[in-house]
Ligand binder design. Structure first.
Ligand code: GNR
Ligand code: NI
Length: 175
C-alpha cells in the first residue's frame, strides 16, 4: 500500500471527464487500496481517482462517524439509479480545496449502482452525509468541484486564495 499526493485546485487535471473502468483488475484494486490509505491519512471521508492524478471512474468513501466502525466503500463506474426530490444541505469541503468550505444542496437520498473491488455489480442506497459524499465524489469524475455549485463570486474568491497559497508554498520551497 502507498499514499499518493493529492492534486490541489486550480489544476486542469481536476477538470477532466474520467474514463470508465473496463474491468476491476489488480491495478484498480491496488489503486482503490492506495486511495483509501491516502484518504484516511489526509484525513477525509471520500476521494476520487482524479484527485490523485488517475482519470478513471473510481471513488472511495467512508462516512462512518468517529465512534463507529470504519465503513470503507470502493466503487468503479458509479451511476445514480435514482435520487430523491427532497434535498439536503451540507457544508462541504474538499481535499483538493484545502481549508475552504461552502454549503451545497443535493438530493438527500440516492440509489447508486457500481462495480465493487471483486468486479461484482452492486447497488447501494444512501442518505444525508453518505449520499452527499458519494455525489461529491461522482462530481469529481465529471471534472466538477463543489465550488462549481456555488455563486461565481464565492467560487472565484476561493480559487484566488488557492492560487495565492500555491504561490506562497512555491516561494517557501525555493528558499
Ligand atoms: O473529506 C471530505 N469531506 C467532505 C465533507 C463534506 C462533503 C464532501 C466531503 S468529501 C471530502 C474529501 C474529498 O475531497 N473528496 O473528494
Ligand atoms: Ni473533493
Amino acid at each position: 500500500m502507498a499514499t499518493l499526493p493529492i492534486i490541489i485546485a486550480p489544476d486542469p487535471r481536476l477538470k477532466v471527464k474520467c474514463a470508465p473502468v473496463d474491468n476491476v483488475d489488480e491495478a484498480i484494486v491496488t489503486l482503490m487500496a492506495d486511495m483509501l490509505e491516502t484518504m484516511y491519512l489526509a484525513p477525509g471521508i471520500g476521494l476520487a481517482a482524479p484527485q490523485v492524478g488517475v482519470t478513471k471512474r473510481v471513488i472511495i468513501v467512508d462516512a462512518a462517524g468517529k465512534d463507529d466502525d470504519p465503513n470503507p466503500i470502493k466503487m468503479a463506474n458509479p451511476e445514480l439509479l435514482s435520487v430523491s426530490e427532497e434535498l439536503w444541505t451540507y457544508e462541504e469541503g474538499c481535499l483538493s480545496l484545502p481549508e475552504h468550505y461552502a454549503e451545497v444542496e443535493r438530493p438527500a437520498r440516492i440509489k447508486v449502482g457500481y462495480l465493487d473491488e471483486n468486479n461484482t455489480r452492486c447497488e447501494l442506497e444512501a442518505e444525508d452525509l453518505l449520499a452527499t459524499c458519494i455525489q461529491h465524489e461522482m462530481d469529481h469524475l465529471e471534472g466538477t468541484l463543489f465550488v462549481d455549485h456555488i455563486s461565481a463570486l464565492k467560487r472565484n474568491m476561493i480559487l484566488r486564495k488557492l492560487v495565492k497559497t500555491k504561490k506562497l508554498k512555491a516561494h517557501d520551497a525555493a528558499d
